[in-house]
Design a binder for this molecule. Structure first.
Ligand code: 13P
Ligand code: SF4
Length: 305
């Protein structure tokens, strides 16, 4: 780390008693100035433990920063740019979830944390890619409305004897949809000694063709604890940046070079500095929505212990 803007950020962060939380898909220069890096679940847990900080700068997409707000409604949470939205989270509008609930009154409702707060407030619980199976097991229902990610829902359905109903029908992440079975076959030929790991947001056929399926935080822990040397990584490209900086001596290859989450990259160092200087744009939710959604977030945190 060397840029003067990074130094300014670090100095101001200390002066303001701020903490920078960043998702694993942030680019290298942002990962370098973060106090805490993690997957969605790790960020949720960290957000529930930051009582000693006066300001939170959240470098991730909208639903992640909103979850941090839901857990800390009295804290000032800023996001370097409000344009950092997760398109998948917006695929399930509140009305569509309410309609599905009406059609399936006996079903439990699990929403992926990648959902908008207006929808979250109507869920029994949330889940992330790290705990989806455990959370689904924790609900008493045999039938579960699951959204917005159809692929994560299919991943859960394959592991449990419960009926999983996707809502909407085809919610997906445009980045993980880029991976195809042919990419897995090609990498197997290119790197016959490598283990191929993908994220559960990939199509189920891709998941089945890979050796392991896990969350981004799971990938880091798994590779750090593995004796193997070579891995092909089937998720957003900067996950490799994170693993490379923390787990030396491994050879990591992307399943696809072009797997880039564009909105994750909108948090430039300049915008982060601006967010620290001006303490805006602030992440704020309507009190009623935050209060109702908090129950679902807390259910998830308890179920994943
Ligand atoms: P993780 O929780 O595994 O980091 O996934 C979040 C995400 O948005 C993946 O696209
Ligand atoms: Fe959303 Fe996909 Fe980006 Fe994850 S990678 S934040 S699911 S668009």
């Amino acid at each position: 780390m060397s840029s003067s803007i990074q130094e300014k950020i670090l100095k101001l962060k200390e002066e303001k008693n701020a903490i920078i939380l960043a998702h694993n898909y942030q680019p290298k220069e942002v990962q370098e100035i973060a106090d805490f890096l993690g997957d969605s679940l790790e960020l949720c847990i960290k957000a529930s433990e930051i009582d000693d900080k006066d300001l939170v700068v959240f470098c991730g997409v909208d639903f992640m920063a909103e979850t941090a707000y839901i857990l800390n409604p009295d804290k000032k949470i800023v996001i370097p740019t409000l344009e950092a939205e997760c398109p998948m989270a917006h695929m399930l509008p509140e009305e569509e979830l309410l309609k599905a609930k009406e059609e399936h009154p006996d079903a439990g409702v699990i929403l992926y944390v990648n959902s908008i707060a207006e929808a979250k407030q109507h869920a029994d619980t949330l889940c992330t890619s790290a705990n989806a199976v455990k959370v689904a097991e924790s609900l008493p229902h045999d039938k579960i409305l699951f959204g917005p990610d159809k692929n994560l829902g299919t991943h859960v359905a394959a592991k449990l004897d419960k009926e999983i109903i996707p809502v909407p029908k085809d919610g997906h992440c445009y980045v993980h949809r880029l991976f195809h079975i042919e990419d897995v076959e090609l990498k197997r030929e290119q790197y016959p000694n490598a283990e191929i790991i993908c994220h559960p947001e990939c199509d189920i056929k891709v998941q089945n063709a890979c050796d392991k399926v896990m969350s981004t935080g799971g990938m880091l822990r798994y590779i750090a604890g593995s004796d193997k040397e070579e891995f092909v990584i089937g998720t957003e490209i900067d996950m490799i940046t994170r693993i490379n900086s923390e787990v030396p001596g491994k050879k990591l290859y992307p399943l696809l070079e072009g797997a880039i989450c564009e909105t994750m990259k909108l948090h430039t160092l300049e915008k982060i500095l601006n967010a620290l200087v001006n303490e805006e744009p602030e992440v704020v939710l309507h009190k009623d929505i935050a209060d109702k959604s908090r129950k679902a977030v807390e259910h998830m945190l308890n179920a994943s212990k």
